[in-house]
Design a protein around this ligand. Structure first.
Ligand code: NAP
Length: 297
């Protein structure tokens, strides 16, 4: 199968490319460039996109977007985060919709931030969107794919949870302070974190490609969201380190600004209803085993 990936150089894209190639697929990265000799390239900020129509693409996986945790959320940064997703998605899907031979499926990025702060209550794909900047980004990001579904392309919105990998993302950032014995709960520690291992992310995407009945929003999370307190205890215990240095909410807000509320202090307890109903089998659904397996690689 020929698979086109945007954002292929990122944390998920890098792991996904490797895994799809090992399954025998041919992967084409959508390169970000204005003048590129590659068959597929784009420059979303310049509204430039080029498809080599002599190559029949079966699946498009759209991961591109400016890193959410890549800097303090001032107005400029928020615009970059939003525009890179909404303008980029518009550009991509309008090009896909015009192709003579359209791909069968578009698997497009979104995040569990869609649900906002949901406290202790479970949410699934049928739950309403929340409020706040991240939820607004996710809603507009998902809506931007409409031209693809209108053109008859099966369209899936991956509502991705906190991806655990040692190569990037939240766990990598936490590892050094925890290893130094400086880890601790954030805020009061009661907020839920809906996590997923990087191995499951790549396997879930393959499952979605193969299961043609899966459509619309899909939660890519483990079945076991965990409170920040329990996560802290588990990571400290796997690393055999104390976790006695809490980061109070006011300090998190001072250091990270608005990002602290959305990424560190808000609680989202997400259930992967669609994947469970479709029979997806987890590689790793237990936090302690997942962290141990990542550290052993
Ligand atoms: N990792 C997580 O925990 C997590 C959780 C929820 C949702 N997600 C979403 O899933 C997607 C992939 O996640 P990831 O962790 O792999 O992200 P990532 O490591 O930040 O990679 C995103 C990729 O997007 C491209 N990109 C960066 N800035 C861009 C811009 N301004 N305009 C267009 N493209 C840009 C880059 O790829 P190229 O240089 O190859 O173009 C980059 O490698 C993201 O959209 C992210 O928001 C991730």
């Amino acid at each position: 199968m020929n698979i086109l990936i945007t954002g292929s150089s990122g944390l998920i894209g890098t792991a996904l490319k490797e895994s799809l190639i090992s399954m025998g697929h041919t992967v084409f990265p959508m390169q970000r460039s204005e003048s590129c000799i590659e068959p597929f390239y784009w420059q979303p900020s310049e509204n430039i996109i080029k498809f080599d129509e002599s190559i029949q693409i079966d699946t498009v996986i759209h991961l591109a977007g400016a890193n959410i945790a890549g800097g303090r959320w001032n107005d400029k940064r928020k615009k970059i985060i939003l525009d890179s997703r909404v303008i980029g998605t518009n550009l991509l899907v309008n090009a896909l919709a015009k192709l003579q031979n359209k791909p069968k499926v578009l698997i497009s990025g979104s995040a569990i931030g869609f649900y906002g702060d949901t406290g202790d209550g479970w949410v699934d794909e049928s739950s309403n969107p929340g409020t706040g900047f991240l939820s607004n980004v996710c809603q507009r990001w998902e809506k931007a794919t409409e031209p693809a579904s209108e053109a008859g392309i099966r369209t899936v919105h991956m509502r991705i949870g906190v991806v655990l990998s040692l190569l990037g993302g939240a766990l990598k950032k936490m590892l050094l302070p925890f290893k130094l014995g400086l880890g601790g709960i954030v805020g009061n520690g009661s907020q839920y974190m809906s996590w997923v291992s990087i191995d499951d992310i790549t396997s879930m995407i393959q499952f979605i490609i193969e299961n043609e009945t899966i459509n619309g929003a899909v939660n890519l999370v483990s079945k076991n969201p965990i409170t920040n307190k329990a996560f802290t205890k588990t990571l400290g215990s796997v690393l055999s380190r104390p976790t006695v240095f809490p980061l109070p909410a006011f300090a998190a807000r001072m250091v990270f600004g608005e990002m602290a509320d959305s990424l560190l202090l808000s609680s989202t307890r997400v259930f992967p209803k669609k994947l469970s109903e479709a029979g997806y089998k987890y590689i790793n659904d237990d936090l302690e085993k997942t962290i141990k397996s990542l550290l052993s690689k």
